[in-house]
Design a protein around this ligand. Sequence first.
Ligand SMILES: [Zn+2]
Length: 345
Amino acid sequence: MRAVRIHAHGGTDRLRYEDAPELKLTSPTEAIVKLKAASLNHIDICIRRGLTGREVPLPHILGGDGAGVVAETGAEARNVKTRDRVCLYPLSGCARCEFCITDREFLCRELRVLGAREDGTYAEYVRVPARNCFPIPRHLSFEEAAAFPFVYVTVWRMLVTNAGLKPGEYVLILGIGGGVASAALQVAAHMGAQVIVTSSSDEKLARAKQLGAQFGINYKTADFPKEVRGLTGKRGVDVVVDCVGGESWMKSLACLARGGRLVTCGATAGANPRTDVRRIFWNHLKIFGSILGTREDFGQVLNFLEFTRTKPIIDRVFSLGEAAAAQMRMEEGKQFGKIVLRVED
Ligand SMILES: [Zn+2]
């Protein structure tokens, strides 16, 4: 089969579009999916660069997000059959530990994320546990179905399950444009929250307003905590979505109302920011860290997308062979929404 593989860590020049071995089932509970589309996530770049702190067997196929048609199923795979249109829940656990046996496999120490230590979706075919295959919501194309799982399950866990977001609350989303931030905007706006976004690009702020943001702050030209105080009558916001870290961390805490919640799933600008612990206890702040989410979260996402007819925001579609150009666009931070790879027949 054709696939995009890395044989060594490094820049986008390490991505090779080439022939890879055909896949075979290795367990009766697996399925092989013929992919129609994959999408990019920031973790793909971390893995390519070798920055995850975990060894990846090489050569390796990147990609945690994909959608396609079931090509083959093991004898014990009962939830899907060949030719089903499916999207992929990207996690699986050891099935033995205290977390896995209580349906919390996302906490498993041996957690396997699709495309991280095992081969992913930048390919014509992918092998997955059959129970990770879910029917694609009817209003979504393959490209849209490949664009939502990672970011939507992450956002759902952060905003709905952890932060318990309620209609009318203020939400501040940092760095609008990325996949997580744009999904957070869609979910928060649909839930009736008042959404404030930040970006260094006025164009992205304008786009966010079309998608339901009430206010946009250009953090290059304005001090965003001060602007947030102004917009909320000095009160601050109820929830901050900060997947940036670094310099923004202290500012994010400063934007929160008393009793506010901060949710984080990333640290693209720095993993060891300065903090003021007093601000956390004096203001009764809650900080929720999470990454991806549970099968229950994923099921709620599918219901949400289906019921609200929401489609993930797609920035641009590249062909599989253009994976290097696609990753370059992500690294340059030019995108608004998800970058998708189309897998040709
Ligand atoms: Zn486990």
